[in-house]
Design a protein. Structure first.
Length: 215
């Protein structure tokens, strides 16, 4: 009958370290682990703070550059203030001139047109006319340019209706009507006619009208 035998694998080991030492080593290992964790956290925090400081430094430098550019631009603008003031003053004066001279017209051609429509012996001796003001519409024939009376002098009686028709046919004349007739001189040899007359705004020169789109 065969006998059984115990086969032992390896060399028998016995842990003779005291439990207190084992506990101490565990605590030391745990402390080292926490120490590395704290150190890593501090390093990460330092990197974050350093990165933020670097970004702030870059932003401050960029802000300083922009502020310097703004200062340069403000200096350039201040140097142009006189030019801007002159342009503004010119615009105001142009507007004032356009308003003040909106009813500008030439007397010479107007008087020449009237006298040209009168009979040969009749003279234009006076007028009392009031301006109708600046243009209010785009159609110059729809608004009054001048309105009032004019005086004619003649050594002989004239055909007043025919003379009025001739005057009404003139360009820029909106209306003409007889107002009064007086005689004078020796034996009533002079005839004075007063006529009511209205001219439309086509007599205006438009020379001082503001240019559309001008500043």
């Amino acid at each position: 009958m065969a006998s059984s035998a115990f086969v032992l694998a390896g060399v028998p080991r016995v842990n003779l370290m005291p439990p207190l030492e084992i506990e101490r080593r565990k605590r030391a290992s745990l402390v080292r682990g926490w120490g590395w964790a704290v150190f890593t956290s501090l390093v990460v925090a330092a990197l974050v703070v350093g990165g933020a400081f670097a970004l702030k430094l870059v932003a401050d430098q960029a802000l300083a550059v922009e502020q310097a550019n703004t200062t340069v631009l403000l200096t350039e603008l201040s140097s142009l203030s006189e030019v801007s003031g002159a342009i503004a003053a010119e615009g105001e004066l142009t507007y004032f001139r356009a308003d003040a001279m909106g009813s500008d017209f030439a007397w010479t051609p107007l008087v020449a047109a009237i006298t040209g429509a009168l009979p040969a012996e009749v003279r234009l001796t006076g007028f009392d006319l009031t301006s109708g003001g600046n243009a209010q519409t785009e159609d110059p024939t729809s608004d009054v340019g001048l309105i009032g009376t004019m005086t004619l002098d003649s050594p002989n009686p004239i055909d007043l209706p025919a003379t009025i028709r001739q005057l009404r046919d003139l360009e820029s004349v909106a209306n003409v009507d007889g107002r009064a007739l007086t005689t004078g001189g020796e034996g009533g040899s002079r005839y004075t006619y007063q006529l009511d007359v209205t001219f439309d705004q086509s007599i205006y020169s438009g020379q001082y009208a503001p240019v559309e789109g001008a500043q």
